[in-house]
Design a binder for this molecule. Structure first.
Ligand code: AHM
Ligand code: MG
Length: 335
């Protein structure tokens, strides 16, 4: 490669998400390529959703369903559109047995596996924090991939596995750029969508979360209905010079925490006594990513998010997640 081409590519080591996935596949002699195809569907979905998010105001797909755009067409909300994009693209991949989405009450059984087939279940929140869209704030897609369990008595039961069994997890943040963060269980890698070439380019490998940072992220408007331990923690943090940062879209808040450190919490509240966030497609994938980056994700003192055995796909959970020392500080006030 000559120096001109090199400069054009921003250095000789340009690795796309696609190439990264193939690299990982080649490292595993047992890999059949099925998971790579599923990840490629997620990568294409992220590009399609990026273009929809960037045009949301122009296409008048903000706010609620059931109104017309300037051309007099009925518009669907962007989270419904994002859901359809993911369902369609994942539905076209032979290796996907079941998909479950925040937007669908029931999981969608696409195909059950025959003996010897290696198939997967994909769970996702298509557009997390979508109310942020109305104000041009960051929103995200979160996904979790589990092996399809052939021994489950009903196909849906195959989904009810603890997060520790996730094969892969990731999120896409549609912010000032589109970022794809992925873990296949061996660290966390980050990719940025280069709009000029239409590809996700690897920008960081084996990300490590800072061990500590004096920053917490919580909806403090709910403070008076938090269990008393969280209120004690907030008093302590404020006495110790902590900053507060809260976007209101978990993907954006946790992306900041992954890179800069801190702790994110969604405790039980009067309105959401079991917590607001969903275990299987919000807390579990984020917990896998943060743990893989050296952080912690707990439901309560000594209780890892990833060890919770789910009883339903839409179940909620309290969540304390982020830099290991910061999660420990919260937990010290909960006991
Ligand atoms: P959603 O899946 O309906 O978008 O809700 C999840 C979002 C998270 O992204 C965010 O952290 C949280 O809800 C914000 O909730 P609140 O407005 O109660 O603070
Ligand atoms: Mg959500």
């Amino acid at each position: 490669m000559n120096s001109g081409t090199n400069a054009l590519l921003g250095g000789a080591n340009l690795t796309t998400l696609q190439a990264h996935i193939l690299e990982q596949q080649q490292r595993n002699p047992e890999a059949s390529g099925t998971l790579s195809w599923i990840l490629s569907a997620l990568s294409i979905s992220a590009k399609v959703i990026t273009s929809k998010v960037r045009r949301a105001r122009l296409d008048d797909v903000l706010g609620s369903v059931g109104h017309e755009n300037v051309q007099g067409e009925q518009q669907q909300k962007l989270d419904v559109i994002s859901n359809e994009v993911l369902l369609r693209l994942l539905g076209g991949r032979e290796g996907v047995a079941i998909v479950a989405s925040e937007e669908n009450e029931e999981s969608v059984i696409l195909r059950s596996a025959g003996a010897g087939d290696r198939k997967y279940c994909v769970l996702f929140d298509p557009l997390d924090g979508s109310s942020n869209l109305d104000v041009c704030g960051g929103v995200g897609t979160i996904f979790s991939i589990l092996r399809f369990d052939q021994s489950a008595s009903k196909p849906e039961d195959s989904l009810l596995q603890p997060g520790a069994q996730q094969v892969a997890a990731g999120y896409v943040l549609y912010g000032s750029s589109t970022v794809f963060v992925l873990s296949l269980g061996q660290g966390v890698d980050m990719f940025v969508l280069d709009p000029s070439i239409g590809a996700f380019v690897r920008v960081a490998q084996n990300l490590r979360i800072p061990a500590a940072s004096k920053s917490y992220s919580v909806n403090e408007g709910n403070r008076r209905s938090f269990p008393v331990g969280y209120q004690r923690y907030l008093d302590w943090a404020q006495e110790h010079g902590y900053s507060s940062r809260y976007v209101g879209a978990m993907v954006a808040d946790l992306h900041r925490i992954l890179l800069k450190g801190g702790v994110f919490m969604y405790p039980p509240t009067a309105k959401a006594p079991a917590g607001k966030l969903r275990l299987m497609y919000e807390a579990n994938p984020m917990a896998m990513l943060i743990e893989q980056a050296g952080g912690k994700a707990l439901v309560a003192p000594g209780e890892r998010v990833l060890d919770v055995v789910p009883s339903s796909i839409h179940q909620r959970t309290p969540l304390v997640i982020g830099s290991p020392s910061e999660v420990d500080h919260v937990m010290a006030h909960l006991v």
